[in-house]
Ligand binder design. Structure first.
Ligand code: TYC
Length: 98
């Protein structure tokens, strides 16, 4: 078997999509409770884990809400941005390659 055939077969057995971090950014106005609710609703976190992530963002300026393939991550960003702007909150959410 050629080297390229071996490589193709190995990749096929281990292929995974590129993953993206969904980041939440801190701001001075979005209520803490709202950020916790976002993490529970859209990122399926427990109340305890959501509170931990929210406080991490509050103190460090940025934090990881979850890690997903591109299209799922993009959908989460859109859901968060839509929910925040519907309430008039300046919460920002972005993607970053893992
Ligand atoms: N800093 C905000 C406050 O004190 C809370 C907050 C946390 C806002 C995380 C955004 O991504 C965020 N109300």
């Amino acid at each position: 078997m050629s080297d390229s055939a071996t490589k193709t077969r190995t990749q096929a057995a281990t292929r995974t999509p590129p993953m993206y971090k969904v980041l939440l950014l801190n701001d001075d106005y979005t209520p803490m409770d709202f950020v916790v609710d976002i993490l529970v609703r859209y990122f399926k976190k427990s109340e305890l884990e959501a509170t931990r992530i929210m406080l991490q963002v509050h103190h460090a300026g940025v934090g990881v809400a979850g890690v997903y393939p591109f299209e799922i991550a993009e959908t989460k960003v859109n859901q968060v941005m839509r929910a925040a702007s519907a309430q008039g909150y300046p919460l920002q959410c972005t993607l970053e390659p893992e």
